[in-house]
Design a protein around this ligand. Structure first.
Ligand SMILES: Cc1cc2nc3c(=O)[nH]c(=O)nc-3n(C[C@H](O)[C@H](O)[C@H](O)COP(=O)(O)O)c2cc1C
Length: 188
């Protein structure tokens, strides 16, 4: 049997009081129940990344972040909308890596007043540049109806279907792209 894929559920916010850990744990709970891949939460806050270009790049978190991404075959981005886009923290973290993103697959789970749709669409453009294949199915969570007081996550049941479909697509594409990376490694 083929080895299980490694899928990172990336928390895109670092804000004090953020809700992303609740959303990430919910996605992980659904994902773990499938048993089809190794799923892990990857919290960008843990890497304490500086702003790109403002240091000599020797902070250990930068190398660790790249090592973590290198170990993953695919991603689920937990994306929150900040001023109609993704958070600066997530964009900064994305910019800290290059080749380790290439030829991998990603799904997006977003939230905001309009489901975080604008942030997610901005992220898709960035992922294209990094050769990350983002899947179509995109669970969108509303700050008004999927959270109590904008802080306690209580997702509507209908999102389960979308998360499941998104994970199906991420796994299929991540598996296909793993063979692309393996073929490229052989011919190098
Ligand atoms: C600086 C800032 C800008 C925001 N801009 C938007 C926005 O444009 N659209 C929106 O739907 N929500 C916006 N929000 C609300 C966030 O989506 C909401 O606070 C969400 O919980 C942030 O995710 P987090 O708790 O994981 O940090 C904004 C929040 C902050 C802090």
């Amino acid at each position: 049997m083929a080895e299980k894929l490694n899928i990172g559920i990336i928390l895109g916010s670092t804000r004090e009081g953020r809700v992303s850990p609740q959303v990430g744990q919910w996605v992980k709970g659904i994902a773990d129940g499938r048993g089809d891949a190794n799923y892990e939460i990857v919290d960008i806050a843990d890497y304490q990344l500086p702003f790109l270009g403002t240091t000599d790049g020797s902070e250990p978190g930068i190398a660790k972040w790249n090592e973590k991404l290198a170990s993953l075959d695919g991603f689920v981005f937990v994306v929150q909308e900040y001023n109609h886009s993704l958070s600066g923290a997530l964009k900064n973290a994305i910019d800290f890596a290059r080749e380790v993103w290439h030829d991998k697959a990603a799904g997006i789970v977003s939230y905001g007043s309009t489901g975080g749709a604008r942030a997610a669409e901005h992220l898709r453009g960035i992922l294209g540049e990094l050769k990350v294949a983002d899947v179509r199915t995109h669970p969108t969570l509303s700050l008004f109806t999927d959270f109590e007081n904008f802080s306690e996550f209580k997702p509507a049941e209908l999102h389960l279907t979308n998360v499941t479909a998104m994970l199906d697509e991420v796994n299929a594409w991540a598996g296909a792209l793993k063979t692309v990376r393996e073929k490229a490694a052989v011919t190098q």
